[in-house]
Structures are given as structure tokens and as C-alpha cells.
Design a protein around this ligand. Structure first.
Ligand code: SIN
Ligand code: FE2
Length: 200
């Protein structure tokens, strides 16, 4: 399995077969039934365009109080366990890492985007971040560990996986836009991104 390496970020194009994508989507639908998607608000009070839920021991949440991990969904229920097919991707792409404690599920509808940011709410930056794309293509932008400077972009398509690890663990990244309707995996369109992380 060969990765494209962009600014230290490993991009595995076509990592999942279409059967695996369908299985993964079924597993994520079950997660969303147990822990419904929310439209989070940033600490600055802006409503995010992406909808979110999580699986695992922790979920990543944001509201006026700040960005953080929580043991429970904002509505009070436990987060469902990380589905086995999701865990299998982690084991394959992050061999030797600790077990993932959070699978953040992002849903991008038409017009949704995610600004450049670092994943830095975790305690152990020696552990990688693994992300998986399903559904419509998204234009993923990769910057630098420091703010500013040059960036490079790559279209992430359904079944692609990305690893942010080593010197690239803290690079800035974001999703500028999605190509709504470019994939038929989700009947109503949109993009799902799964982000697996060790939290503690
Ligand atoms: C994120 O960085 O939280 C999401 C990345 C993506 O949607 O590909
Ligand atoms: Fe991120």
C-alpha cells in the first residue's frame, strides 16, 4: 500500500473498496442512531457548517465553553463504541499506536467547510491521527505546523484515508469545499469524514 506524502501527511488514495465503504457507512449510520448528529457552535459563538457526532470513550465537542473531549453526548447518552471496521483501519494505518479513544464523525452537507486548524486537544502528540473519507469529494488543504506559509491541497474521495503523524501530527489542515453530488455512496449527497484519535 503506497501513500502519497504531502507536507509529511500521508494520503492513501483508494484505501477502501466499495464494499468496505458500504459497510463503514452502515456502521456510521448505527452510530448516528445511538448518538445523533449535532450542529456545534465554536467558542466564538459561530455555528459550524459541519454536523458532528462521535464514537468511542470520548467525543469531541465544542460550544461556548470551548473545544474539548467529553465522556458523553451533549444530550446525555454515552458515545457508542468505535465500530470494528473503523478500528480495523486504525490498526492497519497506525500499527504500534495506542488504541483510538475517539472517532469523530463529521458530516458535510452542501456548502459545508472546515477552516484551517490543528488537532491539538489531545494529550499525546506521539499518537497519530487517522482520517477516512466517505461520499462526496472534499478539497483538503494542508499547511504547516506554524501558522501561515504555503499550503497544498488534494481532493479526498470516498475510500481515501489520511494519516497525520510524526512531524506532521500538528500541521494545520482544513476542508475548503466539497464537490456536492460527486459520489453516489450517500443517497442524499454530502461527505462523511471519520477522524480517529487517541485522546489521553
Ligand atoms: C478535520 O480535520 O476535523 C476534518 C478533516 C476532513 O474532513 O477531512
Ligand atoms: Fe482536524
Amino acid at each position: 500500500m503506497t501513500a502519497l506524502v504531502l507536507r509529511g501527511v500521508k494520503v492513501f488514495k483508494g484505501h477502501l473498496s466499495s464494499e468496505q465503504q458500504v459497510d463503514l457507512l452502515d456502521a456510521i449510520r448505527a452510530v448516528a442512531r445511538a448518538a445523533p448528529f449535532c450542529r456545534p457552535v465554536t467558542p466564538g459563538g459561530r455555528q459550524m457548517s459541519v454536523r458532528m457526532t462521535s464514537a468511542g470513550a470520548f467525543g469531541w465537542v465544542t460550544d461556548r465553553t470551548g473545544y474539548r473531549y467529553e465522556r458523553r453526548h451533549p444530550q446525555g447518552m454515552d458515545w457508542p463504541p468505535i465500530p470494528d471496521p473503523v478500528r480495523a483501519i486504525w490498526d492497519e494505518l497506525a500499527p504500534g499506536a495506542r488504541a483510538p479513544e475517539c472517532c469523530l464523525v463529521n458530516y458535510y452537507g452542501e456548502g459545508a467547510r472546515m477552516g484551517l486548524h490543528q488537532d491539538r486537544d489531545e494529550a499525546d502528540f506521539a499518537q497519530p491521527v487517522v482520517s477516512v473519507s466517505l461520499g462526496d469529494a472534499g478539497l483538503f488543504r494542508i499547511g504547516n505546523v506554524e501558522k501561515g506559509g504555503r499550503t497544498e491541497s488534494v481532493w479526498l474521495e470516498s475510500g481515501d484515508a489520511v494519516v497525520l503523524g510524526g512531524a506532521a501530527r500538528l500541521v494545520h489542515h482544513g476542508v475548503d469545499r466539497i464537490r456536492f453530488g460527486s459520489s453516489s455512496l450517500l443517497p442524499d449527497g454530502g461527505r462523511i469524514n471519520l477522524t480517529l484519535r487517541v485522546v489521553t
